[in-house]
Design a protein around this ligand. Structure first.
Ligand SMILES: *Cc1c(COP(=O)(O)O)cnc(C)c1O
Length: 367
């Protein structure tokens, strides 16, 4: 056999590295032979599935022999009032990850440049590379996006700019006025994607109402997800808000049944479960304050976060990560994000956070 598949790949594929997910609980259970593992590695909702979503899933399970509604009619109706857009402005995806992928498949190709922050969500880099386009990573200021540097990086080849707000893994947040001023300066043929995966965690009075900018900026789109505050990470459902014209183009590229039937009904149900979302956000706020106090008490550096995770400074992060695993606590090393001296810790329940804090101190004392 002399066939070398690497000679046959599309541009960019050979340079890709697989996405490194948080270590699954089951995997660590098998490795250590222990049960009570705490996973604070993927920014999941620590409250577990919403009861309303669970009921909707059970009820819909008997329908699973059928294809789902390819257009997600009912979910788009609900999202339309939740977000304040017309249903025609919504593109649903298998996680917001997929709506980003559809966006790239539609607009980004070989020869294009895509601008994003050096420490931004890694999916932008993966999608740029697999589109055969060129990544233009921008240095951060205080771990946050430097919008002026992003503007300065624009060339004739720039096709897209991705902004995560709040950003993952740094938790930094750009106030609405800064983004608005930025949008006004971006040439209209360059698409701007605002990734608002942590939208619900930002206090209402600090949130950008980015949706109101869509009419003025047809190059803008906004991605959001049900994976975080809505607690449906395992079902894979997210959405993109844009002009109806952009949504129409994306809809041609989108795989027909990209959102599964259970994801559609669960997302509809959780949009009505206000108590669940409010509790999730309140728990996060309370426990985030605890993390900040704890860091300050122990002299641990951290990046103030607007998400449901906190990124802390750890000199020997890879070692500490491994030692925490041995104690049954999974956090996220982020060397792949150019941050080898930090660990990202998702904010869990009070008991989960206790476990992390205790394990971390033990590991530090043992070193
Ligand atoms: C978690 C996250 C997403 C969401 O991914 P899904 O595919 O919707 O689960 C998107 N963007 C950022 C910045 C994230 O942290």
């Amino acid at each position: 056999m002399t066939l070398d598949l690497r000679q046959l790949t599309n541009a960019g594929v050979n340079g890709l590295h697989p996405y490194q997910p948080g270590k699954p609980v089951e995997e660590l259970e098998r490795e250590l032979g222990i049960k009570d593992i705490v996973k604070l590695a993927s920014n999941e909702n620590p409250l577990g599935l919403s009861a309303k979503a669970a009921a909707a899933i059970s009820k819909a399970a008997v329908e699973l022999a059928r294809y789902p509604d390819a257009n997600g009619f009912y979910l788009k109706q609900k999202l339309s009032s939740y977000c304040g857009v017309k249903p025609e402005q919504i593109t649903l995806g298998n996680g917001s990850n997929e709506v980003l992928e559809i966006l790239f498949r539609t607009f980004v190709g070989e020869g294009d440049e895509v601008i994003f922050d050096k420490h931004a969500f890694i999916v932008y880099a993966l999608l740029t590379q697999s589109s055969g386009a060129t990544a233009v990573p921008i240095d951060s200021t205080d771990w946050g996006h430097d919008l002026d540097a992003m503007l300065a990086a624009i060339t004739a080849k720039t096709r897209m700019i991705c902004i995560a707000n709040p950003n993952n893994p740094t938790g930094t947040y750009l106030p609405p006025a800064q983004i608005e001023a930025f949008l006004a300066k971006v040439p209209e043929q360059i698409l701007v994607v605002l990734d608002e995966a942590y939208f619900e965690y930002v206090p209402a009075d600090q949130r950008a109402n980015a949706v109101t900018w869509l009419a003025q900026y047809p190059n803008l789109s906004i991605s959001r997800t049900f994976s975080k505050a809505f607690g449906l990470a395992g079902l894979r459902i997210g959405y993109l808000l844009s002009s109806a014209e952009m949504a129409d183009l994306l809809n041609r590229v989108r795989e027909p049944f990209n959102c599964n039937l259970l994801a559609l009904v669960a997302a509809e149900a959780v949009l009505d479960d206000h108590d669940y979302v409010n509790q999730s956000v309140a728990l996060n706020r309370e426990q985030m304050a605890r993390y900040e106090d704890w860091c300050q008490q122990h002299g641990i550096g951290y990046i103030p976060s607007h998400g449901n995770f906190i990124t802390i400074e750890v000199a020997n992060a890879a070692e500490v990560y491994q030692a925490l695993l041995q104690k049954g606590v999974i956090v996220r090393p982020i060397a792949g994000y150019g941050m080898p001296n930090h660990l990202r810790v998702s904010v869990g329940t009070a008991a989960e956070n206790d476990r992390f804090m205790q394990a971390f101190i033990e590991v530090k004392q043992g070193q």
